[in-house]
Design a binder for this molecule. Structure first.
Ligand SMILES: Nc1ncnc2c1ncn2[C@@H]1O[C@H](COP(=O)(O)OP(=O)(O)OP(=O)(O)O)[C@@H](O)[C@H]1O
Length: 330
């Protein structure tokens, strides 16, 4: 697709990434991100999110497949892509003796047409820490500094690897507001996160990665719609489950009963809830502790994660179990 109008500014086709020891961390994935969209990559630990984002950032070459950022190959055409993108790595490393203001000035020196450092530091709420040495910042404040530096070049595309890890609830909200504001101003954002609430709040579209593949993708609503909803209530006194209308006829997939609490799972929430309430109205009974709930992104995520654990080998599809990042670093 072209690079004007509603173009895809990030395009990933058949991407594979294989590490030195032969471990295939990314096993052929496809997705694209449109201009001005926030796209979230979610996944279990070791799913391959960072391995994917590093290729998009031009830090590593794919073993196979095609990746384009703003119409360019980010690895071989780094010079064309880098000035138009902002990158917040999972672990930013700064000289710890420099102050916040010095760090931002130093970074600005490496960016052509950089925004005034004080401006981006104010955007992330670090204006009162300008003279504080980096080593004296809290973990959350360092993440904010990371984000400020990613914004210095006023990027068209922003890569954020776990931007709110280590932030307190307020800091996380501030980051969400900042990212929403950037999106409203036309910035395309690709972020990885472990916070499902963050993806639900921020992402226009998302992909859930699992063992190097994309297990589910779409808008948060699309992804949750694929999961069953739940209805629970207490069986009225004197009634048995068999007294309820035939559950299959209400679109109920399965049910369980514990201590008179009935739990129904259905992909047709309205039909099931209506059938149940009409039955209760006609029978003249009250359904105590009634709870009707659509699936959440968390349920979608957990059901994908559960599929792994339920598999006979209980582990990743590859022959060798992946090592931790620390083991590789050792
Ligand atoms: N340098 C490396 N060499 C070999 N394997 C690696 C290397 N870095 C990561 N891996 C492996 O690749 C897989 C994917 O790692 P990656 O960091 O991309 O996952 P992630 O989804 O970002 O995980 P997390 O949520 O834990 O950050 C993991 O199994 C990891 O152990």
């Amino acid at each position: 697709m072209g690079t004007n109008g509603h173009e895809h500014v990030i395009e990933v086709t058949g991407l594979r990434r294989v590490y030195g020891g032969g471990f295939e961390a990314v096993r052929g994935i496809d997705f694209s991100v449109r201009r001005g969209e926030v796209f979230a990559l979610l996944g279990t630990n070791g799913a391959g999110k960072t391995s994917t984002v590093e290729v998009l950032e031009g830090l590593a070459a794919p073993a196979d497949g095609r990746v384009r950022v703003l119409g360019h190959d980010p690895y071989t055409e780094r010079a064309a892509v880098r000035p138009r993108t902002g990158v917040m790595l999972q672990e930013g490393g700064f000289p710890s003796e420099l102050t916040v203001a010095e760090t931002a000035r130093m970074w600005a020196g490496c960016v052509s047409g950089a925004r005034p450092p004080a401006e981006v530091l104010a955007l992330v709420g670090l204006e009162s820490k300008l003279d504080t040495r980096v080593k004296q910042l809290s973990g959350g404040q360092r993440r904010r500094l990371d984000l400020a530096l990613a914004l210095l070049g006023d990027p068209e595309v922003l890569f954020l690897d776990e931007p709110s890890t280590g932030l307190d609830a307020e800091g996380r909200r501030d980051t969400w507001e900042l990212v929403s504001g950037l999106r409203d101003a036309g910035t395309t954002v690709l972020l990885t996160t472990h916070y499902l609430e963050e993806a639900e709040n921020l992402a226009d579209r998302l992909a859930i990665m699992h063992e190097g593949r994309i297990a589910a993708t779409g808008t948060p609503a699309d992804v949750t719609a694929a999961q069953p909803s739940h209805i629970s209530f207490e069986l009225p006194t004197g009634y048995f489950v068999g007294d309820l209308p035939p559950l299959a006829s209400l679109g109920v997939d399965d049910h369980e009963v514990h201590d008179r609490m009935v739990k129904l799972r259905t992909r047709e929430l309205q039909r099931a809830a209506t059938g149940l309430l009409v039955w209760a109205g006609q029978a003249g009974v009250e359904l105590r502790r009634l709870d009707v709930r659509s699936a959440s992104l968390e349920e979608a995520f957990l059901s994908i994660a559960k599929e792994v654990t339920a598999r006979p080998d209980g582990g990743p599809a590859g022959a060798t179990a992946p090592k931790t990042k620390k083991e590789y670093a050792a």
